[in-house]
Structures are given as C-alpha cells and as structure tokens.
Design a protein around this ligand. Structure first.
Ligand code: SKM
Length: 280
C-alpha cells in the first residue's frame, strides 16, 4: 500500500478548489499520509510557459502526481512521455502520474462528467445537445456525451480552429455527423434537448452566463461543470424556469475519485468523497 502521497493542482485562479481537501480527507480515511498542494499560476504570476519548469520541479521534489486544470490541460501534453488511450482520444490531460522518471497523462474528467450525468439527469432526451465551449474540459465532456449516446452535439466555441479540431476528433471517434461546429445559436437552442456549459463563464472570478438566458426553455435540461459557485447564473435561470439541471459537483468529485486511484493505486470510496464534498 502507498505509504505517502504528495500531489498538486496546476492551474490559474484555483484558490477555491475543493480538490485538495477531497484527496487529503480520503487519504486520512484510508490511513495514507497525503499532502495535496495548490500550484496557482495567477498567484505565482506565471502562465503556461512555466509548465516545463513546474513539471521538472515537481519531479525533483518527489511529487507522486499532478492534476492539471484551466488553462493548461492541452499545453501540458507535449511535455509528457505517455498518454492513456482516453487522454489521447480526448486531446486533454487533467491528471499526470510521475513515476520512475516517467510522466504519464490521463483524463479523469470525461469519466467524472459521465458519472454525474448518469446520476443527476437519468432518462433525459439526448437527441440534440448544445455545448458551450470546446477547451480542455469541453473536449472531455463532448467525448463523454457522445459516448453516452447523444445523437448530435453542436459545439459553440469562440476560437473557430479549436472548435473545428474538437469536432473533427469527435467525428473520427464516434462517426461522421455526430458533432458539428455550432453557427446559429438561437436555432440550435430552439432544436436542442439539452445544454451543457463548459466555458469558465459563471465561475466566481468570471461572473455572467455563457449565452443569452432568453434562449432557455422549461423543456431543456441544463448541465454545468463549474462548481464554484455550485449554483451559477445559468443554473439559477434554468431552475427558475423549471428546467432539469445538473451542477458541477458530481463531476468534481468523480474526477477526484479516479485521480486518487491513479496516484495511490488504491480504490477510493466514492460515496464518502461525495459526502465530504457536500459537507464543505
Ligand atoms: O480536472 C479537474 C482537476 O483535476 C481539478 C479541478 C479543480 O480542482 O478545480 C478542476 C478540473 O479541471
């Protein structure tokens, strides 16, 4: 059994992250000495150009592994030795295991979103779905949605090249036509069964809604991956209309469950981690 774990999260503006507490408390419960540090690019006044230095430093300091969040989930990839099939398919990494001088990238976000979707929105219609955002987290969510059986996903993303790249990789993996680059948001929303936000708009540090809330309707389900705050402006409007909704909490917990297992080699107690999260 793992004697001790030293882990960290690299990202920008991550001071409110619940991930350190989730890992450390599960470590406590399992008798594993566990320390999980925040490596906040904003606080350090660094950007993704510092990733090579930070990775080497973590290796030299004996880190077991790292989680990677916005804006580094794609920039980290060229610095890694190996990728899991999942991470390669998605094209984004949120978990890096450092072992025997090797850096192995994984993606636990897709699994985390899928678990939340199954638990939180059982039985919803999955014909057409609109996704806002196609960045690192968005790629994982899009792969999870198509794997869950969504027939057609429209991806709206401010960077056109990034949207096209994601759509191409989705269609390659799931079949031509399953994903399209979104162009006319009002029409796509009028035809959609569900909406997922994967942009950072709505986070405590970036308040607002990722689309005009007038486009929401009661029959639409609305999923969010942001979890601070747990109720974003988008979810607040959707709930006021009576939409079925999913907040970002379950994804936050289940990405941590899987990352804990990758870092420790020991199974995590998902229900206990969920309880800890709800008590925070
Ligand atoms: O993928 C996760 C990451 O592992 C941790 C995190 C956080 O603590 O805010 C967010 C997601 O990007």
């Amino acid at each position: 059994k793992t004697a001790s774990v030293l882990a960290g999260l690299i990202g920008a503006g991550i001071q409110l992250s619940r991930t350190p507490a989730l890992h450390e408390r599960e470590g406590d419960a399992q008798g594993i000495r566990y320390l999980y540090r925040l490596i906040d690019l904003d606080q350090l006044k660094l950007d993704t150009n510092a990733l090579p230095d930070l990775l080497s430093a973590a290796e030299r300091m004996g880190f077991t592994g790292l989680n990677i969040t916005f804006p580094a989930k794609q920039a980290i990839i060229p610095l890694l030795d190996e990728l899991s099939d999942e991470a390669r398919g998605i094209g984004a990494v949120n978990t890096v295991v450092l072992k025997d001088g090797k850096r192995v990238g994984h993606n636990t976000d897709a699994l985390g979103f899928a678990e939340g979707f199954r638990r939180g929105l059982p039985g919803v219609a999955i014909g057409r779905v609109v996704q806002m955002g196609g960045g690192g987290a968005g790629a994982a969510v899009a792969h999870a949605l198509l794997a869950e059986g969504v027939e057609q996903l429209s991806v709206f993303e401010v960077e056109p090249a990034r949207a096209q790249g994601l759509v191409d990789s989705l269609n390659e993996r799931f079949g031509q036509g399953r994903a399209v680059v979104g162009r006319d948001l009002a029409t796509a929303m009028a035809e959609a069964d569900g909406l997922v936000n994967t942009t950072p708009v709505g986070m405590a540090k970036l308040p607002g809604a990722p689309l005009p809330v007038e486009l929401l309707r009661p029959a639409l389900w609305v999923a969010e991956i942001i979890y601070f705050p747990l109720e974003t402006e988008l979810l607040r409007h959707a709930r006021a209309l009576g939409c079925r909704t999913l907040d970002g909490g379950t994804m936050a917990v289940f990405q941590a469950v899987k990352a804990f297992e990758l870092f420790t080699g020991v199974q995590a107690d998902a229900e206990r981690m969920q309880e800890h999260f709800l008590g925070m």
